[in-house]
Design a protein around this ligand. Structure first.
Ligand SMILES: [Fe+2]
Ligand SMILES: [Fe+2]
Length: 469
């Protein structure tokens, strides 16, 4: 155990343990390159693979529930302009249907004129008051609380989904000698370049440890702060969903601890360097950078909340991918499975929160939120090539310079964009249903991101004398 109490084998400031029994001397910690990915970010979508037991039909507690399904013309539609393949110019905006839901006044059990339109109109959605109505109802307190409660989108809680929070039965599995040594899916751009199966396994272990490190940072620096910042926005959240969101902080603390312990065990088992001092991951530095550009504290708080919503719409999908892959080590699949069960619940809560906020936002706030959603979705899911190069260095016999040259050459801007799009697919689908793209273009943001990545990668390749420099 080192001075920081880590079990990872940092035998000394100049020593790096290589995978499973190997060791190499490190004259100094891997130098940080210039910042990659701190530029403006752009947005994204996808289908959730979460499965939930059928929720109850009363009030709160239905997974994936949204609004009644009645639609109102988007601003673009109201102006009579087509904004995409699903929209056409119309003469009578009243007859249009867009992706923007609006309250119809029906509750989950009351009849609704919009129900016959299909799944989204099946009366599962609750009405949401306009900001003006919220303000007027507030003045009519004590009816206010009951009124707002009846307007909050339904979501699954542990009790209603029939799943107990993992904090009640948290397990801390360790890597087992009987396990396969595979801890990460094959990384297609790099796999052909590994010199042996052992190098590929070491790299996979390093990547899974990095994923666990990111998990710790996400829980403590994205999700929990978003719940704290929600109070600062000044919207009158109903008490029950507020309390439910506060409870998730406990879950996230356990997830972080679980990830911390497993990463320690795995680094010790695989002989991987636990680098100290630890630097915040790229996506956090980038999100901090975006937030600091906002001059108003209220906008910075809004972005913090949105970062939480974005990350909670995607992490369950990512965990589920690990849990379902039976080629991976069983202990790694186990911690991902138990974490994913909680995240299925969290995703439903944060999606409901996003819908509620979206419908109480005024138009200016929606426009700002749309930009934040898109920027956050891109920044959160963009691979960090410098971090990947360090993993290659730890897992192989390549020098740090050679590792960077390899990673910068195989991780082209197209590969990075493709991996980002895959990781953020579930988020992008959610944002599209929310109506975000009526205020900001995800595709345009991705193209700006591609240009920025191209310039940054060219500079990195030039710095290491790589191909394309
Ligand atoms: Fe979590
Ligand atoms: Fe969560």
């Amino acid at each position: 155990m080192n001075s920081q109490g880590n079990l990872g084998r940092v035998a000394g400031p100049g020593t790096v343990q290589l995978g499973w029994g190997q060791r190499r001397e490190l004259s100094r910690p891997p130098a940080e390159g210039t910042e990659l990915g701190l530029g403006a970010a752009g947005a994204a979508s996808g289908s959730s693979r979460h499965s939930l037991r059928p929720p109850s039909s009363d009030g709160l507690g239905q997974a994936g529930a949204e609004f009644c399904g009645a639609r109102r013309p988007s601003p673009a539609r109201r102006a009579g302009w087509a904004t995409g393949s699903t929209l056409n110019r119309v003469d009578n905006p009243r007859q249009t249907v867009t992706q923007e839901p609006v309250a119809c006044g029906a509750t989950g059990t009351r009849s609704c004129a919009h129900r016959s339109r299909g799944r989204a109109q099946a009366g599962r959605y609750l009405p949401v008051p306009s900001p003006v109505l919220v303000e007027r109802v507030r003045l009519l307190s004590p009816l206010f609380e009951r009124q707002v409660m009846s307007s909050y989108p339904r979501y699954a809680t542990y009790g209603r989904a029939g799943i107990r929070p993992s904090v009640l039965s948290q397990s801390f599995p360790k890597p087992s000698p009987e396990d396969t040594k595979k801890y990460y899916q094959n990384d297609s751009p790099l796999t052909p370049h590994f010199g042996s199966e052992n190098e590929a396994m070491n790299f996979g272990a390093a990547r899974f440890c990095a994923f666990l490190d990111d998990t710790i940072e996400v829980e403590q620096c994205l999700v929990i702060p978003s719940i704290v910042s929600l109070r600062r926005l000044g919207y009158d959240m109903p008490p029950t969903p507020t309390q439910d969101l506060f409870k998730t902080v406990t879950d996230e603390g356990y997830h972080a601890e679980q990830a911390l312990q497993y990463a320690r065990f795995l680094r010790a088992e695989a002989g991987l360097l636990d680098s100290q001092p630890r630097r915040a991951p790229l996506f956090l530095r980038r999100l901090d950078n975006l937030r600091e550009r906002e001059p108003e504290q209220s906008r910075r708080d809004l972005m913090t909340v949105i970062n939480g919503i974005v990350t909670e719409t995607r992490i369950g999908f990512e965990l589920d991918t690990f849990a379902r892959d039976d080629s991976l080590a069983e202990s790694a699949r186990e911690i991902c499975r138990t974490h994913a069960e909680d995240e299925t619940i969290h995703a439903s809560q944060f999606k409901a929160l996003g819908r509620w906020l979206w419908h109480v936002f005024d138009d200016d706030t929606r426009a700002a939120a749309a930009d934040f959603f898109i920027a956050s979705a891109i920044a959160r899911s963009m691979p960090d090539v410098d971090s990947i190069a360090t993993m290659v260095y730890q897992a192989t016999s390549l020098s740090l310079q050679e590792s960077r040259r390899l990673v910068y050459s195989v991780y082209t801007e197209q590969v990075l964009i493709d991996q980002m799009m895959a990781a953020t697919r579930a988020t992008v689908i959610y944002l599209r249903h929310l109506g975000v793209e009526e205020y900001a273009s995800f595709s345009l943001a991705v193209e700006r991101e591609r240009e920025r990545l191209g310039a940054e990668l060219a500079a990195r390749r030039a710095a290491v004398g790589g191909r394309g420099s």
